[in-house]
Design a protein around this ligand. Structure first.
Ligand code: IVH
Length: 648
């Protein structure tokens, strides 16, 4: 084991590092490391301090919660300190917490309340004589900043309470920006050339800690009250759950996802449910908070340091990490877009190894000032493609290189062809796959490869066509679509449906064999029945994502009708703007696209909605109420390509 001096030095360096991160996070609203990395540092420090209690000092970051409040706001003293929460990260650790507290209580049967741990900022609201008198941040737990004027601008905070409310009341809750508000805010900031917020927590904190409260007022902030600080002059309930119901009855906003849970197994169930459904929530949550329900038990358990024993945060797996941006590559998308992609030093984030991340476009890379060779913060959000949040500027060495799409596109192309620098390629941005000059339509941010026969596009189109959200053809992914193309078995997606006539050749392909071929052909057959919206999405019409495909399916009921739609007709649909309208028109003007659809129709791919679906649609969209659709009508609305296929 290391000697005493070494351990002391290690503790000191951890403290310095954590203190610096605290300052960046709490004072500057501009963190340098992910929460997961911060948590890891703190755990390491706490672990060492637990083993060597003689080395714990009063100024250790483990002994306090936040950093000192910024000076520009008045200071508010909290009559009862605002506590922090201990963390657990697994079922074992949850059970260990439960075992510990049941031993202390000498009971095993007691109830809990499960809540979401919203990633925002803690505030305390004080009501004197039923009027909001003070709103404060947590600050260091005992002293916070007076942000009453700003909090008054949040619509979900009551400014006065009903007559039955206690004459003196303090409630605590989390102020946050919903995901949509966060994205909108960042979009606006991007448009104005302002730096973007790294996450909703920083956006909420930055919004609430504005000296000019009219700025706060323009931000779509919200609050959920999650506990009562204290009440004087009126009896209040004996459990946390009932207190929340009571506060709700006084006009406070309480999260409807809170649940009363009878035992620790139900707590685990609640956690599992929301770990899976995290992405559906309108706000960012990084875990659940588990609270012992009965106040008498809470009181008996008390606090350790700044953390109550009666509550714990059970964190979801981390979604952020930091790593080295080794290079920026360019993927050619299915519609020909040149997509910059981050090539990362592999990093494990919440159990998933990330090697690549989306970088959107050149403007965005510039705006975030991301350079090749930077240390970057990567984020995995609800199962979608990982994203780069931004660079860690303090880790720069000066050797980082700025990215240029033009240079890179040419560099990749040359490397692929084994060409030397001197070889002539057009002096513009080019498609790194086929070398054709890339174009950037006016008003758009993306460059496109203008070669309709670009092999990279064909492969991506087929891969997309077969993907999960599209026609969902199991067994056709990146490598299979590339192989089918290379071997000349398919040229476009419609050829997939004619593969059954080429089974002999299919079997002969590398790693194929009879069984795989049969499975692939069966999966292709099955995909003929996919709903119209899926097909529209699968076709890869530029700008028509999954949601837009649903809209188009609902409005037009068949590929045929959609193909014949005029620009005006398209624009008359509320969610359709000129960008989509034009790209739908352009798609169907392309002879090749019509031919592909026709060939699909000929072998029985469904090109319209079923009559039952039509009825369901007309029932759910109010605008068609009263209109009765039957099979004949639906058929008429369907395809001239293949109405016959539709009736089975
Ligand atoms: S209870 C004594 N409930 O998490 C318990 N906190 O690390 C103190 N938070 O400062 C807090 N959602 O900012 C509680 N449902 C919830 C919460 C929640 C988010 C935040 C809060 C607090 C921090 C504790």
């Amino acid at each position: 084991m290391a000697n005493h001096e070494e351990i002391k030095a290690k503790i000191n360096s951890l403290k310095t590092e954590i203190n610096r991160h605290n300052y960046r996070y709490y004072v500057m609203d501009s963190p340098e490391v992910s929460d997961a990395e911060y948590d890891a540092l703190m755990r390491e420090l706490k672990g060492l301090e637990e083993r060597y209690p003689q080395l714990v000092t009063a100024d250790s970051p483990s002994q306090r919660i936040g950093a000192a409040p910024a000076e520009a706001f008045g200071v508010v003293e909290h009559p009862y300190p605002l506590l922090s929460l201990g963390n657990v990260f697994s079922k074992d650790e949850l059970i260990a917490w439960y075992t510990r507290i049941s031993k202390l209580l000498e009971v095993t049967q007691f109830g809990f309340v499960g809540e979401h741990k919203i990633d925002g900022l803690a505030v305390a609201l004080t009501y004197v004589n039923r009027r909001l008198t003070t709103g404060a941040t947590r600050g260091d737990g005992s002293h916070g900043e007076d942000i009453t004027r700003n909090l008054r601008t949040i619509r979900s905070i009551p400014l006065s309470l009903p007559r039955e409310a206690p004459p003196r009341l303090e409630v605590r809750g989390e102020v946050f920006l919903p995901k949509t508000g966060f994205h909108r805010l960042n979009q606006e900031r991007a448009a104005e050339g302002q730096p973007l917020f790294a996450n909703p927590r920083n956006a909420a904190a930055g919004s609430v800690r504005q000296l000019d409260s009219s700025i706060t007022a323009r931000r779509p902030l919200d609050i959920y009250i999650y506990m009562m600080g204290y009440a004087e002059g009126r009896a209040t309930p004996a459990t946390h759950w009932e207190t929340m119901e009571y506060l709700q009855s006084l006009g406070f906003k309480v999260n409807p996802n809170n649940r009363r849970l009878a035992d620790i197994e139900q707590v685990e169930g609640y956690y599992q449910t929301w770990k899976e459904r995290q992405a559906e929530l309108p706000y960012e949550a990084d875990g659940i908070v588990v609270k012992v329900d009965q106040f008498d038990l809470q009181q008996r358990l008390g606090d350790v340091g700044r953390e109550p024993r009666w509550a714990i945060a059970y964190k979801f797996p981390a979604t952020q990490g930091t790593t080295l941006l080794r290079d920026i590559g360019i993927n050619v998308g299915r519609t020909g877009t040149l997509n910059p992609v981050a090539i990362l030093e592999p990093v494990t984030v919440g159990g998933v190894t990330i090697r690549q991340a989306a970088l959107h476009n050149e403007d965005d890379i510039r705006r975030k000032d991301i350079r090749i060779g930077d240390n970057v913060i990567v984020q995995r959000a609800g199962g979608v493609i990982p994203e780069i949040i931004g660079p860690i500027e303090s880790k720069r060495t000066g050797k980082e290189k700025e990215f240029s799409l033009k240079e890179k596109s040419r560099e990749i192309y040359r490397a692929k062809r084994g060409l030397t620098k001197e070889t002539k390629t057009p002096n513009n941005t080019i498609c790194p796959e086929c070398g054709t000059e890339a174009i950037k339509p006016e008003g758009e941010v993306m460059y496109y490869c203008s070669n309709a026969a670009c092999p990279a596009q064909a492969q991506q189109r087929i891969e997309h066509f077969a993907s999960r959200g599209a026609m969902d053809i199991r067994g056709i992914g990146e490598s299979q679509s590339a192989m089918l193309l290379r071997e000349g078995l398919v040229k476009d997606a419609s050829d997939l449906y004619y593969l059954k006539d080429k089974k002999e050749q299919l079997i002969k392909l590398e790693r194929m064999a009879e069984k795989n071929a049969t499975n692939m052909l069966e999966a292709i057959e099955k995909s003929k029945e996919r709903p119209l919206a899926r097909l529209i999405f699968a076709l890869g019409i530029r700008h028509a994502g999954e949601e837009m495909a649903e809209v188009l399916s609902r409005e037009f009921h068949s590929i045929d009708k959609l193909a014949d739609a005029s620009r005006e007709e398209l624009l008359s649909i509320p969610t359709i703007g000129p960008k989509i309208a034009d790209s739908v028109i352009a798609f169907f003007q392309e002879e090749e696209n019509r031919r592909i659809i026709e060939r699909m129709g000929e072998v029985g791919v469904r090109l319209g909605v079923r009559s039952a679906e039509v009825r369901a649609i007309s029932n759910t969209t109010g605008d068609r109420s009263g209109q009765v659709w039957d099979l004949a009508e639906a058929l008429a609305a369907v395809s001239r390509f293949t109405a016959a296929v539709f009736v089975r």
